[in-house]
Write a protein that binds this ligand. Sequence first.
Ligand code: FAD
Length: 459
Amino acid sequence: MSPDHASALASILGDESRVLTHPQVVERLSRDFYWYSPVLRKQLDGKVGDLVVQPLSTREIQDVLRYCRTEGVPVTARGAGTGNYGQAVPLQGGVVLDLARMDRIESIEPDGVAVCQPGVRLGALETEARRCGWELRCYPSTIVKASVGGFLGGGSGGIGSVAHGALRDFNTVRALEVVTMEVEPRVVFHDGEAVHDILHAWGTNGVISRIWLALAPAVEWSQCVVAFHAFAAAFDFSERIATGASWTKRLVTTFEWPIPSFFTPVKQYAPQGRSLIFFLIASEQLSMLEGAAREAGGEVTYSSAYGGLRTLPLLSDYTWNHTTLWALKTDPAYTYLQCGFDPGQARDQMKQLRERFGHEILFHMEFMKNGTGQVFPGAIPLVYYTTEERLNDMISFCREIGVFVANPHVNNVEGGGRYRADNVQLLAKTRYDPKGLLNPGKMITFRAQEVAAATGTTR
Ligand code: FAD
């Protein structure tokens, strides 16, 4: 990419300090956590943008996109770069559009809707929401670092999903504004069903510039760890609490041994050989939960009030995809899958997986609610990686026995398992990015020439 682009973009912003060209900085801001996958590591190592631009406003996003569209320069949006599938890694160089400085929380509305810019960190939004009597409905375990825009662009759910479903469910994303990559970039408002045109599209069909996110009334939470001798008993108890409508919970995570042995900072709560459950439970139900756990044969190894994201230990730091991080610290051969077990068949499905793959797969369950209100055993099992063939064999076997897999070892929206069958994300791309300059290569069903031929477009 010509150095002229850097100076042109600096003069468009009127601030050269927000156009970053130092190779180490550009490299750092071109990466995410794709290296969790040995498959993606091979594909994405060494892929970098040419420069980084840091807009401060929607108007500046429009100005940058207008220039890049005219010059045919690819643009990859970036929040905090904590995605796991190389979503934010530019495949064809160009501009990395770093939205971290668009970090203003505009308001927490009286009806519990947060209005904010995309670069707001989820942790900051949670803190501000709680100050006003609300809290996030669901958040990834990367809450402290991850941005709201990046969560909408590349995330799915997490802590809170056991009660409120994932990001796509229950109208949690009320509305968003998106900047298009047309000759004259527009700011388009999407609400209701139309938010799904843009959600989880990895920034391939527009740059989200403003967000309306529904919150939940704040609850006083407590953390609790329960240990069981057998994984089956831990699973039964966690399922009972997760599916029991009378329990107010934000997190129900179950690990089989030896996963808890990877959690070095909280080893004292993980007796040798036991399966563990990590709970975030309403404080008013804590003693009832402890009693129920003991009756079911469990030992409560830790419980205490939860005082927010600075609480130590912070149990959520070991759940969702943080579990994989702790495993990788112990042995770099670990990787993971993202699964949904059938609530009625989960025990049998796990048995079949154990019989076929032994301890190459370790069960880490994350209970969550689906869009119809049913709580089911989601899972981010650890996988001891040997070869790509073996990994694919495991994925195929999961699907054969009815376990849903959102494959985290592919670098395109369609292959990841969260692509919308109604194609709305692709349709939005043909409207908003007809030249295919936004995060190119990540929406593989998009064909720029076909769009041009069909529409004769100069948009
Ligand atoms: P980025 O990685 O910067 O971006 C993600 C995608 O969104 C990219 O494709 C990017 O181009 C696009 N994007 C960013 N900003 C915009 C914008 N303004 N407009 C359009 N597109 C945009 N995810 C979960 O869902 N749940 C979890 O529990 C979870 N746990 C994790 C644990 C660990 C240890 C790690 C490393 C990752 C985990 N993730 C999880 C993945 C990731 O942290 C989250 O999805 C997070 O919300 C991504 O936010 P980000 O700001 O880092 O996004």
